[in-house]
Write a protein of this length. Structure first.
Length: 278
């Protein structure tokens, strides 16, 4: 099993405490030193939309020498160009079956989003693109997506990038919801990952969903150190799956996560020191 650490981006983007560039660089360094080999380090969105990510260029420059995969979120061509200008090579994009979410986040409809992404990503190797499907298991405003529509959308996502990440953005999916969507992936060739949230009242249930994903062959999970984060543009979005909790689940189930709780301790101490009010 592999862990894709999203704390420095998804964890901090809506944080009440704003970390300095130096503190973010320190955080990423600690996560790298703990053995995490894939880390999302920033978001090249408009600074007015997500002020906490305004220094993503500076952060990336400082951590670019680390020996691990460094991913960045790029919602549009301007963001992609900014990311490329500082040497980023691994790009995360996002969209949703929920047109409300698409309009709120990307300012247009799903058909146009696909067209825009195909254009902006022309020439970018497919293996360097992760496609995030927000609200894959249901939207708090629109509910569950039509099955045929979602299946077609996932097929198009698999054409855009080699890795498609199914997101329970507000943490309300149960195991039946998970199975229903994961069944759709069986005939679509891609590398599938899961990005799970919980809504605090049912935080322990998140590991039922981890188990279902693992049973369906999912071997890469997004997580955030300390459980930091949540989507600022999705009503009711809870915390991310905590990296340390995912590692404990892996240990309990004899799954090799490639990192130990002991190795994560310094990162956890950092989070507890700087991010208590997040």
């Amino acid at each position: 099993m592999n862990i894709y650490e999203v704390g420095p981006r998804d964890g901090l983007q809506s944080a009440a405490v704003k970390l300095s560039t130096e503190e973010k660089v320190q955080m990423i360094g600690l996560l790298h030193d703990a053995g995490l080999n894939k880390i999302e380090v920033g978001s090249f969105v408009h600074p007015q939309r997500v002020p906490n990510m305004a220094d993503s260029e500076d952060v990336f420059r400082e951590v670019s020498g680390l020996d691990c995969e460094l991913g960045v979120l790029v919602p549009n061509k301007r963001g992609l160009d900014r990311a490329k200008s500082v040497g980023a090579e691994k790009f995360n994009i996002f969209l949703s079956p929920s047109e409300t979410f698409n309009q709120n986040n990307l300012g247009t409809d799903l058909k146009t989003i696909f067209s825009n992404y195909r254009s902006m990503l022309y020439g970018v190797p497919k293996e360097d693109i992760r496609v995030y499907v927000s609200h894959a298991f249901g939207c708090p405003i629109e509910g569950k997506a039509d099955t045929d529509m979602l299946s077609d959308m996932l097929s198009q996502c698999a054409i855009l990038g080699d890795n498609v990440v199914l997101c329970d953005t507000v943490g309300t999916a149960n195991t039946d919801d998970m199975k229903e969507v994961l069944e759709l992936t069986s005939d679509i060739r891609s590398n599938w990952s899961l990005h799970l949230h919980h809504n605090y009242q049912r935080h322990e249930k998140i590991f039922d969903n981890v188990q279902v994903g693992y049973d369906y062959g999912i071997t890469e999970f997004d997580s955030s150190i300390g459980g930091l984060g949540g989507c600022p543009f999705s009503p009711g979005s809870g915390a991310n799956l905590a990296t340390e909790a995912l590692v404990k689940w892996a240990d309990t189930n004899n799954v090799d996560a490639g990192v130990s709780i002991e190795e994560l301790q310094e990162s956890l101490d950092f989070v507890n020191k700087f991010c208590k009010s997040i």
